[in-house]
Design a binder for this molecule. Structure first.
Ligand SMILES: [Zn+2]
Length: 349
């Protein structure tokens, strides 16, 4: 008897384009949500978008409560939960780069309400997925929550964000190549469940970005458009797989480990990009192609550019496999000699 079943949960309304922030209430109205929205944002995103969204909610007669968080931490998540317990919101709205959105999604998962994602930067694929994490002491607290009910990505606002956030988003997408290779390897060696459609979508997304790498330029709103669309389709790939596997392999383990050893050294996307050069080398693939694509976009390709030293890279490479139970090309771990060899050959160190 065939008893397999699966759920695919996707965002319902994904609105991308110039000036679409003004369509936020329309995008939410269609979802038939009830109750007061609880807006979760951080200081700068609040200035560039949060207050305008709050005004729209007021104008629509929905009312609004706002929490401004300063940092990505478990305390921030708890603060949002506390406010939510007081005001009993119908849903949460995250307005920000990665931070406020991650916190909104984690709090919404905790209190059992949906959330709407309004990214003000295209810095990583978490803006569209249900996956999020915040640092908690020397580890990270992660959730695999539902994806956002709606995504409103205004490219006019996103194009104005610091350029390095966009190159980080690009690098996060380029890392899909090695993530999918790790996923295939895990399927072959460990019988990990694999979804061909999700894997193909994730790879195709990375390919689309690499093919357009020379058109991705600071100050061009069209670049933001290309990157946001790629982040959306990466998020959809994760939703279809019901796993972060299509967009997260050993290069992400490497980055998470850097977050522990050298907190705040570089942006998530930049770290996974450099990790991807090394893990592509380990897969015996076209690591030069990945390095060239990152360089063309203006994302870091070396430890120096990440602001970390050689020893930190080697330590992260040799310990990354311990982070979580996710089989990758790192297998049971790299030796120090092998880590040096890989990082030197790829000119990361
Ligand atoms: Zn990522």
């Amino acid at each position: 008897m065939f008893e397999k079943s699966s759920w695919i949960r996707l965002p319902r309304n994904v609105v991308v384009g110039h000036g679409v922030l003004s369509e936020t209430t329309a995008a939410i109205d269609e979802l038939h949500l009830h109750g007061t929205p609880l807006l979760v944002t951080s200081p700068t995103p609040n200035e560039v978008a949060g207050q305008r969204v709050a005004d729209q909610f007021e104008d629509a007669g929905w009312g609004v409560e706002t929490v401004v968080i300063e940092e990505a931490s478990f305390e921030s998540v708890q603060r949002v939960i506390d406010v939510a317990n007081e005001v009993n919101p119908g849903y949460l709205v995250g307005v920000g780069g990665g931070k406020a959105i991650d916190i909104a999604k984690m709090a919404s998962d905790e209190i059992g309400r949906g959330f709407v994602s309004i990214p003000t930067a295209a810095s990583h694929d978490g803006i569209v997925s249900g996956r999020g994490s915040v640092p908690e002491e020397d580890t990270r607290h992660s959730v695999a929550a539902e994806p956002p009910l709606a995504v409103v990505a205004d490219t006019e606002i996103i194009a104005d964000a610091p350029w390095e956030l966009t190159t980080a988003g690009c690098a996060d997408i380029i890392s899909n190549y090695t993530a999918v290779e790790d996923w295939r390897l895990a399927q072959r060696l460990q019988n990990v469940e694999f979804h061909e459609y999700a894997a193909t979508l994730a790879e195709m997304t990375a390919e689309m970005l690499v093919d357009n790498a020379d058109t991705i330029r600071p100050g061009l709103e069209e670049s933001s458009w290309v990157v946001v669309k790629a982040l959306v389709s990466s998020g959809v790939a994760m939703s279809i797989a019901d796993s972060s596997r299509p967009a997260s392999g050993a290069e992400h383990l490497f980055s998470h480990q850097l977050d522990r050893i050298a907190p705040g050294a570089a942006l998530h996307g930049h770290q996974v990009g450099v990790g991807s050069i090394i893990t592509e080398y380990l897969h015996g693939g076209d690591w030069r192609g990945i390095r060239d694509a990152l360089a063309t976009i203006g994302a870091p390709t070396t430890a120096d550019e990440l602001g970390i030293d050689a020893e930190t890279v080697v330590e992260a490479l040799t310990t990354a496999h311990e982070i979580r139970d996710r089989y990758t090309i790192l297998g049971n771990g790299m030796s120090r000699a092998a880590a040096y060899e890989a990082a030197e050959t790829t000119k990361v160190i």
